[in-house]
Design a protein around this ligand. Structure first.
Ligand code: MTE
Ligand code: MO
Length: 264
C-alpha cells in the first residue's frame, strides 16, 4: 500500500478542510482552531508553512498541474515587477552582446556540472504553457511561457542522491547594503524542480523573454507565488540544505519573512 493511502481519515479530513485556504494560512485564526487537537503542530509560523506544504502535497499530489489557459485569456501584457533592469556590471556586459556569452551554470551536488549557453538551452526540447502569475502583492497576469523543463537540465547534470534542493542565483542586486548588496536568490525542492510545468523560460508571449521579465532566462514554478520564480537566472546549485545560502531560509524574500513554500 502506498504511503498516501495509509494516511488516516481524520488527517485527510483536516487536510481537505484546509485545502481551500492554503494561501491564507499564515496568521489565520481558523487554522489554529482546526488544529487544536494536534498539539504542538503549529508553534511557529515556520511550522505552519511546513504544514501548508504538506497539506498541498497531500491534496493535490506531487504532479498536479497548474491550470493552463488559452491564447484568448492573455488579455494584458505581463506586468513587470521587482527588479526590471539590472544594473549589475556582469549583467550589463552580457546584455550589451544580446546575451551571446551567457552561460547558465549548474553546480553543487551533481555528477556532471554544466555550463549551458542560450543556444544549448533553446536546442533542448521545449515546453510552452499559458499560466496565471499571482504576485503576493495581490495582482495576477496570464502569459505564455516557453522554455526547457528544469527536469531535463537536472537529468543532464545527473543529480546526486543526497541533493534535496535546487537553489537559483540571479544577477540582480535586490537590496543595496553597506558592503555591496544582496543578490536575488530562491529555491525549490526536487519535487517542484521536477514538476512538468517547472521551466527555465527564455520566451514570453511568443517573443524572446524581455529584460523587464527576466531575460535571458527566468524560472517558472507555476504552482507557487511570483516571488518563487527568479528572473535573471545566473546559476543553479543542487544542495542538501538551505542553511548555507543567504540567511538560511531559502531565498531573498524568505530571509525577509515570506514563506518558503509559496503555494497558490
Ligand atoms: N531576480 C529577480 N527575480 C524575481 C524578482 C526580482 O526582483 N528579481 N521579483 C519576483 C516577484 S515578487 C515577482 S511577482 C516576479 C515578477 O515577474 P515579472 O516581472 O515577470 O512580472 O518575479 C519574481 N522574481
Ligand atoms: Mo511578487
Amino acid at each position: 500500500m502506498s504511503k498516501k493511502s495509509s494516511i488516516s481519515r481524520r488527517h485527510f479530513l483536516t487536510a481537505a478542510t484546509l485545502g481551500g485556504s492554503t494561501i491564507a494560512l499564515s496568521g489565520c485564526d481558523a487554522f489554529d482552531n482546526l488544529l487544536a487537537g494536534d498539539s504542538g503542530v503549529r508553534e511557529t509560523i515556520a511550522k505552519a508553512n511546513d504544514l501548508t506544504y504538506r497539506v498541498q502535497r497531500l491534496l493535490f499530489g506531487r504532479n498536479a498541474l497548474a491550470t493552463e489557459y488559452s491564447e484568448n485569456d492573455i488579455r494584458q501584457p505581463m506586468r513587470p515587477n521587482g527588479d526590471t533592469a539590472p544594473e549589475d556590471p556582469d549583467y550589463v556586459a552580457l546584455q550589451a552582446k544580446n546575451f551571446a556569452d551567457y552561460k547558465l551554470e549548474v553546480t553543487g551536488l551533481v555528477e556532471k556540472p554544466l555550463s549551458l549557453s542560450l543556444d544549448e538551452l533553446r536546442n533542448m526540447p521545449s515546453r510552452t504553457q499559458i499560466t496565471r502569475h499571482d504576485c503576493v502583492e495581490g495582482w495576477s497576469c496570464i502569459a505564455k511561457w516557453t522554455g526547457v523543463q528544469l527536469s531535463r537540465v537536472l537529468d543532464e547534470a545527473k543529480v546526486k542522491p543526497e541533493a534535496r534542493y535546487v537553489v537559483f542565483r540571479c544577477f540582480d542586486t535586490i537590496e543595496q547594503t553597506l558592503n555591496g548588496g544582496i543578490k536575488y536568490y530562491g529555491s525549490v525542492d526536487l519535487i517542484d524542480a521536477r514538476h512538468p510545468q517547472t521551466i527555465l523560460a527564455y520566451g514570453m508571449n511568443g517573443k524572446t523573454l524581455p529584460i523587464a521579465n527576466g531575460a535571458p532566462v527566468r524560472v517558472r514554478v507555476e504552482r507557487q507565488l511570483g516571488y518563487k520564480m527568479p528572473k535573471y537566472l545566473r546559476s543553479i546549485e543542487l544542495a542538501s540544505s538551505l542553511k548555507p545560502f543567504g540567511q538560511g531560509h531559502g531565498g531573498y524574500w524568505e530571509d525577509n519573512g515570506y514563506d518558503w513554500y509559496g503555494g497558490v
